[in-house]
Design a protein around this ligand. Sequence first.
Ligand code: URA
Ligand code: SF4
Length: 217
Amino acid sequence: MATAPVDGATRYLPDDHSLSSLENAASGCQGCHLYQDATQTVFGHGKGDAPIMLVGEQPGDHEDQQGLPFVGPAGRLLAQALEDAQIDPALTYQTNAVKHFKFKRVGKRRIHQKPGRIEVVACQPWLIAEIEAVQPQVIVCLGATAAQSLLGNAFRVTAHRGERLELPDALHVDVPSQPVVTATVHPSSLLRDRSDDREKNYQLFVDDLRSAGAALK
Ligand code: URA
Ligand code: SF4
């Protein structure tokens, strides 16, 4: 079966790996087909030396239009959870595993579609370059897509949430000291949660954020 070749983001990486150069270069990335339908690249956002990096899946509808990560409903839930975990949002750099919004049109609506492995791998060079530029002490993967980008395709959040992990050597992330990596659920899963355990699941998410924050030196 023939699949379209995907070069990935590598050839769009600039020589200068400062965050502003990376963001500028990512705005022209065509490393996979997702740039074609999305409004714009949504690069990470936050202080360039933030000690905590939060990695989501991909921009949603609001993020796609505004060009900033976590500005829609999932972002509001995340902001509330950070507050409840007593983590100052100014300590965080927020980004996504995939930098373009993947969706399908249903009438006038644009319905989120989960990025596939090809898109996650294509976009990984931006995420790795962000980690190398920001050099966070702690990386929190929000949901399976982020966790599988950084911890491998076999990683299961349900089996390992909250554990203190390391980036695999195979990613070749070049930083002076290795960050602690943790994984938890995606805030969107809590928005969708209509179960009786909704409040409990939210508290578990806050607990995961709090213990990630506690890993800071
Ligand atoms: N969901 C994500 O994973 N990232 C965003 O930026 C917004 C919603
Ligand atoms: Fe490039 Fe990532 Fe956008 Fe694909 S999703 S075009 S790799 S920035």
